[in-house]
Design a protein around this ligand. Structure first.
Ligand SMILES: Cc1cc2nc3c(=O)[nH]c(=O)nc-3n(C[C@H](O)[C@H](O)[C@H](O)COP(=O)(O)OP(=O)(O)OC[C@H]3O[C@@H](n4cnc5c(N)ncnc54)[C@H](O)[C@@H]3O)c2cc1C
Length: 825
């Protein structure tokens, strides 16, 4: 039902000339951001809504508030939402309809149950009450459900439901009570920018100067942002639910029932059932733009499209065959390319904040998101690791309308699809291809996508059909990947790592700029490669990369494909205005071939006359060599723990270099290798991965990377003082490696780590280590009294995966070649 605002604005109500923060959009997200900004004492907060509060997507949300999300941090934000909504009526006097009725997710097959049990293990980590249930208990909790085809489920008693309109009203009322102004019927037409910093907004009622702008414009956010050159990749899709006639014996407090295998959820709604659908092939909407007049509108419902899912619903709740439908509803909601919302400061413009693209979880996310973003704006940094949703994880190409349209057909359904550990997107593929792509395809590569790049994950034997097999357990490709892994350990393997982001930093202030940003010392000889982190002033790791000095005033920064936007932004923002430095993204100008393994030197020596001996070309050095007709930058560095070279090749020369190396490789049993082998190799060696094992909330001391910090270098570095303080206090968290004693255990990430039976942390990455013959995980463990080596090594550790606790051995040193003998030879 549409919300008739009691404080509706009022043609003629005055628009302030300035505000500290302008929040654009009066949906549940904008109102929560305004509420939390006001709550933490931010003065002069102004929310502008083009029509009436809730008129976009919020008014028609089903109102489910689930607290368990894919990761610990996302779950903490959702839990905060539920707790906030529970108390909001008392605080504001405005009812929210909050009811903690719990939720029940059911499985019709073993793999789904495994997935649900993975969630149950995460719930344990989050300290949520969670019960793994069988069909009898499901029938008890949901008597109207057909359970004969169910193999089990998970019951979360802390989940709830709300009335989304009322929650938004309560947040708005609370925000106003704390001093925020909320004006309806004011459209923001554009953002005012000076240099690259926000200065205010242009509205249809005049301009407002502002220090910060927060784009919470829902499905309009993308187009509004484009006007300012800001990329917010999201697209609307039609999202359906139906509401039945009253059902006599439906308990008002029945838990929400989720039947992901049927693509449906069932919510008790004042004696009726609301049944929502997450169908695998969604219908994008608003591709040509969303009408300015759109308010409290709905989209034409498509019953034919819904039919298979309504059938599935009737199979799950047979009573539905006896009751009619009262409402068939279809409304638009924003979906993002990876099904995760967008939060944080736009990399393009300072003080331009974003909270948009909520993938059908905006109501349950709003409380936590509002709090986190308000603190982010106020403190200048996020209050917890929000890398999963940080807008800087995205790439500019993802804002192209064609890409968004194509990807959106897939993302809605993914909410209820199986979240297989190696699942790949099917749409929006082949966006960025290495120049060697066709050669890899000819070698039977199976590709996966990162930041749009198609990358070989593994190579199937010739003639064998390539495919991922959906499973939580062992997969056929693992034996092929094992061959690649062993080639790297035993002879030599060839990786195409062209997706590396490559940034050239040049100019008379390049050294000073990089040295200030980097924890390690950049003032090295030309041709030296330095592994370093970039830290924030709290000592947290913002980037993990290598920097090669390629000239007196020139440095080549190499970072992961997924970090391209983020690291470029960090570098630009930490370069003094006007400093004589040019920063150029040269990613596309070079392909990268990594030749790795004990025979890499012998192999490469057959294609170049340059001396590759250890004395002539030591570890961590880089210089140009000639391979065939090409001049190639060879960098002796490794992410797999073996002797090897990364070859940076001008793109147009790369196919010829590839052909020469592969021809010369035959006598050495050279194998083309993919990223799954790379991951297995790097985890055995304990090499960290930014985004998994490292985040802006982990310091080098915690992450075991303090060897990269040069505390004595002239001028220090950003984060140094915070690190020294931490060193003085001692660390409470440490990243450790874990070797599974049972080789059947499969950990991926976000699994609880137990020490002597007590949860002390969670895994950040995991993969089968083919040399060690078992699964290896990394993860942080915590001890309030200090996570000393002695404390760490003294415990008895287990990692829980899908409800099963596996005994693991802990190590602070790499499990493979801790002495670096393989690398420095
Ligand atoms: C059928 C359906 C069921 C759903 N069920 C659930 C659920 O059970 N649980 C859940 O958590 N989520 C659910 N959702 C998702 C949820 O509704 C959304 O994620 C959430 O409402 C998004 O809120 P928002 O504030 O980002 O967007 P909106 O509610 O769309 O708010 C954006 C506001 O910005 C305003 N605006 C836009 N441009 C401008 C401008 N230039 N100037 C001023 N104002 C502007 C708009 O008018 C609008 O009011 C559901 C969605 C649908 C469609």
């Amino acid at each position: 039902m549409a919300y008739e605002s009691s404080r509706s604005v009022q043609p003629g109500a005055s628009l302030p000339r300035s505000a500290r923060v302008v929040v654009i959009g009066g949906g549940v997200i904008g109102c929560s951001v305004a509420y939390h900004l006001a709550t933490i004492g931010m003065r002069d907060v102004l929310l502008l809504e083009r029509k009436s509060l809730t008129c976009g997507t919020t008014w028609h949300a089903a109102g489910l508030v689930g607290v368990l999300r894919a990761t610990y941090n996302m779950s903490m934000l959702a839990k905060y939402s539920a707790d906030l909504y529970e108390g909001l009526e008392k605080e504001t006097g405005q009812a929210t309809g909050f009811l903690r009725n719990g939720s029940l997710s059911v499985a019709t097959h073993g793999e789904r149950l495994t997935e649900l049990k993975r969630g149950a293990s995460l719930a344990k980590l989050c300290q949520f009450s969670c019960e793994v249930v069988g069909p009898d208990r499901i029938r008890e909790l949901w008597p109207l459900a057909h359970v004969d085809d169910l193999v089990g489920g998970v019951y979360l008693s802390g989940d709830g439901v709300v009335n989304p309109v009322d929650v938004t009203k309560a947040l708005a009322k609370g925000a106003r009570a704390k001093g925020a102004r909320i004006l309806e019927n004011v459209s923001v037409l554009d953002i005012k920018i000076r240099g690259n910093t926000v200065t205010g907004v242009v509205t249809d009622r005049g301009d407002v100067d502002a220090e910060y702008v927060v784009n919470c414009a829902g499905m309009w956010a993308h187009r509004l942002a484009r006007k300012s050159g800001v990329s917010i990749p999201l697209h609307a899709a039609a999202h359906h639910y139906v509401v039945t006639e009253p059902i006599a014996d439906l308990p008002a407090s029945a838990p929400t029932l989720r039947d992901p295998d049927g693509c449906n959820y069932f919510k008790a709604d004042a004696g009726k059932l609301l049944i929502g659908t997450f169908e695998p092939h969604a219908k994008p909407w608003g591709h040509q733009g969303i009408p300015d007049t759109f308010a409290f509108d709905q989209l034409p419902a498509d019953l034919e499209h819904l039919e298979p899912y309504l059938e599935a619903a009737a199979r799950r709740v047979p009573r539905l065959r006896e009751v009619g439908l009262k409402v068939v509803f279809c409304g638009p909601e924003s979906f993002t390319p990876d099904d995760r919302y967008h939060l944080g400061e736009a990399p393009e413009i300072r003080n331009y904040f974003i909270a948009a693209g909520f993938n059908s979880v905006g109501v349950q996310s709003a409380g936590g998101v509002g709090k986190a973003l308000a603190e982010w704006i106020s403190n200048g940094h996020p209050p917890l690791d929000l890398g999963d949703v940080d807008i800087r994880r995205t790439s500019r190409f993802q804002s192209t309308p064609r890409y968004l349209y194509d990807r959106t057909t897939e993302t809605l359904g993914l909410l209820y699809a199986m979240h297989w550990p190696y699942r790949q997107f099917e749409t929006g593929r082949n966006v960025r291809k290495s120049i060697l792509h066709d050669r890899l395809a000819a070698a039977n590569a199976c590709f996966g996508e990162v930041a749009g790049w198609e990358r070989a994950n593994f190579f199937a034997p010739p003639g064998v059909a390539i495919a991922y097999v959906d499973s939580w357990g062992a997969q056929p490709w693992m034996s092929w990947s094992a061959i690649e892994h062993r080639a790297v350990r035993g002879s030599v393997g060839l990786f195409d790592q062209s997706s590396f982001a490559k940034i050239l930093v040049q100019g008379s202030a390049a050294l000073a700029t990089l040295n200030r940003i980097s924890s390690n010392n950049m003032d090295v000889d030309i041709g030296r490669i330095v592994y370093t982190q970039w830290l924030n002033d709290r000592g947290g790791i913002e980037a993990d990369l290598t920097v090669t000095r390629v000239g007196p005033e020139a440095f080549l920064v190499i970072t992961g494909a997924a970090s391209e936007t983020r690291d470029l932004s960090w570098l630009r923002r930490n370069t003094a205005p006007g400093a004589p430095v040019t920063i150029t993204n040269v990613t596309s100008s070079m392909a990268v071939l990594s030749v790795m393994g004990p025979l890499s030197r012998q192999l490469l020596q057959t294609v170049t006359q340059d001396d590759l001996s250890n004395s002539a070309f030591p570890f961590a050095t880089s210089r140009e060599i000639e391979i065939g007709y090409a001049v190639v930058r060879a960098s002796r560095i490794t992410y797999v723990g073996e002797l090897g070279w990364e070859l940076y090749i001008p793109t147009e020369f790369a196919p010829d270099v590839f052909d020469r190396i592969t021809s010369a490789g035959a006598p050495f049993d050279l194998k083309p290798c993919g990223y799954y082998a790379l991951n297995s190799l790097r985890i055995e060696k304990g090499y960290r991965h930014f985004g998994h094992d490292l985040s802006d909330h982990d310091t080098p001391f915690e992450a075991g990377l303090s060897f990269c910090c040069d505390f004595g270098k002239p001028g220090g570095f950003v984060g140094r003082e915070a690190l020294l303080r931490q060193k003085e206090r001692g660390v409470q968290r440490r990243l450790a490696l874990f070797r599974f004693l049972d080789r059947e255990g499969r950990s991926y990430h976000e699994e609880p780590i137990f020490r002597d039976g007590i949860i002390v942390g969670r895994t950040t990455s995991g993969m089968f280590g083919h040399t060690l013959g078992t699964n290896i995980a990394m993860g942080y463990v915590r001890c309030e009294e200090g996570a000393s080596d002695a404390w760490l090594m003294a415990g008895r550790y287990e990692i829980e995966v899908s409800g099963v606790k596996y005994a693991v051995e802990v190590s602070l040193r790499p499990l493979y070649d801790p002495g670096m003998n393989k690398i420095k030879c």
